[in-house]
Design a protein. Structure first.
Length: 385
């Protein structure tokens, strides 16, 4: 675009039209203004204007689209200016012989004259519409007097209708009362159903459950999220608890490889290692919520300990700090009571840096079976009633 000033601009005027609607373009000039080229011209009649450019001395012409100003459909007569944004159309303008062509479409004059005729016709129609409106206003005044007389007559009829509507309102009121009674009846039925559901919940037996559990570590990460367990760890334990609608439970897990609480390795000292073992300990207590039979939800929290211990040539076991994780064990799972058998599934994490899947199998027995049967019989009787 910086090379626009070095170019020579040639202007060519092209005319299209017929003998009846001939257009003349005169005083055509072109100049560079900043990063744009302004093409000015005088037009004696309305026309459709488009701008073309030739980069090969007038051999071929290309229409320009990044133009603004007096260009496009139905341009009126007078002194006009087209602005061409060169950079938006092409990267640079460096040819020595550049020709511009202003194209004039004669059909625009006919359209311009047609628009003028339509405007005159519309103005005449509006004038006639105003005259008609005035005549209509006079007639409406006469009608208003006649309507006033009719209004009096209508008022008398409306009084009769009011009496009839009052009778209908009384009838509707009676129907509304009937609907209200029916609605109240349905509300009572719903309340009875809610009470029955509460009775069913209360009829759930107070149960004791015991499960033997097995857990598998899916992944374990130490501080800074560095993997510290070379392989996954299996652990085993049990869980015991009681519940009705809400209850409790407690459980422990271990992999039976506990070697005592050893001090970690000391920096700067050398150790001869002969063996290594993973250690897993967990002790939890939690809440049991039974929303419905046979499913219950388990929410547990407790202490968790995971580490790797290494055996030295002196038969001493040491733990490695970066491979030790101890803190809060959090678990969530489900317990299913299926005909006296208890089946549980839980997800466990230590400090939210490990993932462990725990599965348990055992039994679930009611504490007071006689009272439960009596409550169940009462609920069934109420349902029949």
């Amino acid at each position: 675009m910086n090379r626009i000033c070095k170019t020579t601009l040639w202007l060519v005027m092209m005319f299209y039209g017929c003998a009846v609607y001939a257009q003349n373009v005169s005083n055509v000039t072109a100049e560079q203004v900043g990063k744009t080229i302004h093409v000015s011209y005088d037009l004696d009649k309305a026309a459709d204007i488009s701008l073309f450019v030739s980069m090969d001395g007038g051999g071929t012409y290309t229409q320009l689209y990044k133009v603004s100003g007096d260009v496009g459909k139905t341009i009126g007569p007078g002194h006009k200016t087209i602005v061409w944004d060169v950079q938006a159309e092409m990267k640079e303008l460096h040819n020595d012989d550049i020709f511009f062509r202003v194209k004039v479409d004669a059909n625009a004059e006919a359209q311009w004259q047609k628009q003028l005729r339509e405007a005159a016709k519309k103005e005449e129609e509006e004038r006639k519409a105003n005259e008609i409106a005035k005549a209509k206003e006079a007639k409406e005044r006469e009608k208003a007097l006649a309507m006033e007389a009719k209004a009096n007559e209508k008022e008398a009829k409306e009084k009769e209708k009011a009496l009839a509507m009052e009778a209908k309102a009384n009838e509707k009121e009676a129907k509304d009362k009937e609907k209200a009674l029916e609605k109240e009846k349905k509300a009572n039925e719903q309340e009875i159903k809610k009470e029955e559901r509460r009775s069913r919940m209360q009829s759930m037996p107070y149960s004791t459950f015991f499960t033997l559990n097995s857990a598998f570590t899916l992944n374990t990460y130490g501080y800074n999220y560095k993997k510290y367990m070379p392989y996954s760890v299996w652990s085993y334990g049990f869980k015991v608890g009681q519940m009705k609608i809400v209850g409790w439970y407690a459980g422990v897990m271990t992999n039976f490889r506990f070697k005592g609480w050893k001090h970690p390795f000391q920096n700067g000292q050398h150790y001869w290692l002969t063996d290594r073992k993973p250690i897993r300990l967990s002790a939890q207590t939690g809440l049991v919520i039974r929303p419905c039979r046979p499913m219950s939800m388990l929410f547990g929290v407790g202490y968790g300990y995971r580490t790797f211990v290494y055996k030295t040539i002196d038969n001493e076991w040491y733990s490695y700090p970066k491979q030790t994780l101890h803190g809060v064990d959090v678990s969530f799972g489900f317990l299913f009571d299926i005909k006296g058998f208890a089946l549980s599934f839980e997800a466990v994490t230590t400090n939210f840096r490990s993932a462990e899947l725990k599965v348990g199998l055992g039994f679930c027995l009611p504490v007071d079976n006689k009272n439960t049967k009596k409550q169940t019989v009462k609920v069934l009787k109420n349902e029949k009633f």
